[in-house]
Design a protein around this ligand. Sequence first.
Ligand SMILES: [Zn+2]
Length: 248
Amino acid sequence: MTQNVTPICYYLGYYMTRRKKSRAQLRNETEFRIWNALVDYANTGAGFRRLVIEGLEWINGVDEDLQSCADIQGGATLESLAVRYREKIRTVLTWLSNPRNDVIGNRACEILEQGNAIAFEWNPENPDPKEPDSSLILEWPSSIGSVLAPLCKFVKDQIDRHDLKGEPLRDVIPVGMCARPDCGQFRVIKLYRRGRIFCSNRCKVTFHQANRTNKEKAEYMRQYRAGLDRNKPTKKRVGRRRSKTGGK
Ligand SMILES: [Zn+2]
C-alpha cells in the first residue's frame, strides 16, 4: 500500500505545481517578448528598432516591410520616430495598467485605431496534395499606416483575447505601472498576483519607507542593520574556513 501511495502523491504534487505555473506559461513566448520590448521602450526610449521589427513579424512581415510604412516613406528615420511615438506607447500602457481610467482610455483607443491602417495582399498557397488541411492563403502586409500600426494591432489582438475569448486580463495583458508615486515606470508581470506592483526593489523599499513614521523608519533600519550584522560576517567566516581546509 505505502509503495503505491508515495508515487501518486508525488505525481499529484508535480501536476499541481505544473498547473499553478501553467497560466503564466500559457502566454506565448513571442507575445511575452513583445510586451517586454514595449515596456523597455516606454521606460527608457531604447530598443525601438527591435520593437518595430517584432511588430512587423506579428503581421507576417519582414524587415524589408519597413519601407511599406507611410511614415518611413515620408522620409522619417527610426531614430526620429522613436522620439515621436514614445509618449503614445506610454499612454497605451498607462491605460492598460489601469483600464478603469476612461479619460486616458479615449486617448489610448485613438492611438490603437492606427492598427486598422494595414492592408494585406493575399495569394493562394500552393496546395499540398498530401495535406488536405494545408493553408489556402498566403498573406503579407502591402501597406502599413505607420511603424506603430503593427504594434497597435498586436495590442488589440491581445485585448480581443480578453474581450471576445474571455481570457483573464492579466494573462493576456501582463503590464502594470509601478505603485510608487512619481516613478512612472512600467513592468511586465511574470506571474500575476493581487497587490501592488513595483518596477524594482528600490521602488518597493522607497514606497514602504515613505508610508512609515520617523519612529517606524528608525526601527526598520535598526532591524535591517541587525540583520546585516548577523548574516554578513558569518558567510565570510564560513568561506574562509572552507578555503583553509581545502588548502591543507
Ligand atoms: Zn518604480
